[in-house]
Design a binder for this molecule. Sequence first.
Ligand SMILES: [Zn+2]
Length: 378
Amino acid sequence: MGTLTEGFDEPSIEAVIIARPTKSLALLIQMCGRGLRLFPGKEDCWLLDFGDNFQRLGKIDQKRSISLCPSPKRGESDSKECPSCHAFINKFLRICPECGYVFPPGSEEEQEALKDNFLPEFGELLDEEQTAKITYIRAQRKARFTKKLNPDDLWELWSLRYQDDILCNDWLYGAIFRGDRSTYAQQRFLSYLYSFNPNLTSWVVFHMELEFGHPRHVYESKFKGRYFLPPVSHEQLNWWYVLQVDSEATEEEVKTAYLSLAANKEKDEIKLLNWAYEEFLHYKISPPFAENLNSEPVVQNEVFLWSQVIQAVSPPTTKALLSNKGRLISLKGNYAQIEISSPPLIRLIQQKISRIEDAFYQVLGQKITVQITAPIKK
Ligand SMILES: [Zn+2]
C-alpha cells in the first residue's frame, strides 16, 4: 500500500489503479502523475479510482485557484457528479458540459448560502437579547426571499413580536446574500423584487439598499480614508445580454453559449450565468403560463396526466404532498410548471424534483424539466 504514489518513474504506464482513499489533493495528483508521463505510442492513460477520490477532491485537470496564503480550512470539493453521464464537473454549473444534462435550479447556491449565519458588525454593542432579535428578523428577511413571499411583511412580523421596539434598517444588511454584493446576487434579488412590483422603482431601490447598501462598517472605513462602495444597481440585466445571444435564441444556442462562457470561470461568474439561464427558462415558459392565469387551471387531459404523474411518484410522502398541494399549470415542450399552493412546502418539494421528473418520464416516456412555482399573487 502506498508504495508507488510518488517519485516512481515508468513512463509507459497506461493505467493507474487508485485503490485507496486520500484526503490530500496533492497526493492524488502525484498518484495520477505516475500514469501521465509521455511515451512513444502511448495515447492515453486510464485512471481507475476505487476510493471516490475524484468525487471528493475533483478531477485532476480541473482549474483551481490556489491561494498564496494557504487557509487551514480547505478540502471541500469543487465538483459534483453528473447524474446522467457521471462526469465530475464544477459544482456550480447548471448544465453538464459533457452531456448537456440540466441540473434542477438553485441547489448549490442555496446550500452555500445556508452554510453560515452572517451577522455583520453594526457599530453598536448588542446584548444577547438584541442579538437574538436581530438574528430572528434577519432569518425572516431571508425566508421572505427563499419562499418568494412579499418582503414587506417583515415590519408587521417584527411589531407583532416585539411591539414598540424599533426595527433598525441597518440590521437587515446582507441578511439574504451575507455580504455578497456580486452582480449575480444583485440580479437575483432584483428578479425577486420585480416579481412583486414591476413598476415601483423607489420601492425596489429601498430593498436593494437594505440588502446591499450602506452598512455602518462601510461608514467606518470611510473615516479611515479608504471609502469604497461598489455600486448598487436597480437595473435588471437581460438574460440574452449576459449569455451574449439573441433574445430569440433556441434552447440549444443558449446551452452552447452558457457552456462556452462558463468554461474556466470563477464561481461568481458562473452563478451570474446560472441566473441568466434561469431567466431564459422563465421567459420561455412565461407566455403560455400567463395565458393560464385567469382561465381554468388546465385542460382536462392535463388534469388526467397530472393524476397519473402523481400515481407514479415515490416516496408516498411526496405523492401525498403533490396530490394535496400541487397542480400542473403548464406543460409546453419539455417543460412542466407545477404550482405548490403552500409556500413553506416549496423548498421541500424542490428537493424532490428529480422524483417528479422520473414520474413524468414513466408516464410520458419523455424527459421533462419540472419547475416549481409559488401561487401567483393577484
Ligand atoms: Zn453529464
